[in-house]
Unconditional design. Structure first.
Length: 236
């Protein structure tokens, strides 16, 4: 009988606060991803964030959002056109000077029709705005499912500060006034701010310096390497 191969338990599987989140891709395939509990290595953290981003995209949520945003833009253009039509009709009606003529009747009918069109297009704009808001709320809620344990309050605190606070600071440290709401920009900033809880803003640049200037390239002696490191230290 052949021995059973050893399969190491991952950090997520060994944590009782972690659970599997199931979801369905646009291709119809059902899959799942373990939640992040705020524990584990930086590498597993980055892998998890990339997996969550892939899950949001794979379920078609970004695509649905873009469709509704395009529909909102079209509905807004129709509302603007209807409003312009109403203003023109009202101006034409005023120029008649309230004369009892057939022309005045026609202009009055045009005003009535223009007002009705404005109401209809305005309602369409509100419907599309609500659809976009619902999309983004769904994306935030879907993403929240992938954070449990210590990871859940960390993510929620970032979301609250970015979407509901009257004063909020973006990932570049710039302060802003007024509640931001659940927008796509706010969501992407939340992801970056979450990454910054583990990594410095210039983490990539720091790694580049280490890889190109500090790490022993192999052909350098230990003594020369230490001298080089000391020079870099004092130069900073």
């Amino acid at each position: 009988m052949s021995p059973i191969p050893f399969v190491p338990i991952t950090e997520e599987e060994s944590n009782p606060n972690s659970h599997r989140v199931s979801y369905k891709l646009t291709t119809g395939v059902k899959t799942c991803l373990r939640s992040w509990t705020g524990q584990g290595s930086n590498e597993s953290f980055v892998i998890h964030i990339k997996a969550v981003s892939a899950a949001v995209k794979g379920t078609g949520k970004w695509g649905e959002l873009e469709e509704n945003k395009a529909a909102l833009q079209a509905a807004t253009a129709e509302f603007v056109a209807a409003n312009d039509r109403l203003e023109t009709a009202e101006e034409d009606l005023d120029e008649i000077n309230n004369e009892e003529t057939d022309q005045m009747t026609l202009f009055a009918e045009e005003v009535t029709a223009a007002r009705a069109a404005k109401v209809i297009t305005q309602e369409a704009v509100e419907v599309r705005k609500n659809a976009v808001t619902t999309n983004m709320s769904g994306i935030f809620a879907f993403t929240s499912n992938f954070f449990t344990g210590d990871g859940q309050p960390l993510w929620q605190d970032i979301v609250d500060k970015q979407t509901t606070s009257d004063d909020w600071t973006d990932f570049q440290g710039r302060e802003h006034q007024g509640a931001r709401g659940m927008t796509k920009g706010a969501y992407l900033d939340c992801i970056i701010l979450l990454l910054q809880t583990r990594f410095a803003n210039d983490a990539a640049e720091q790694m580049k310096v280490y890889a190109t200037r500090v790490r022993n390239p192999g052909y350098c002696s230990v003594k020369a390497f230490l001298q080089r490191t000391e020079m870099l230290f004092w130069s900073n």
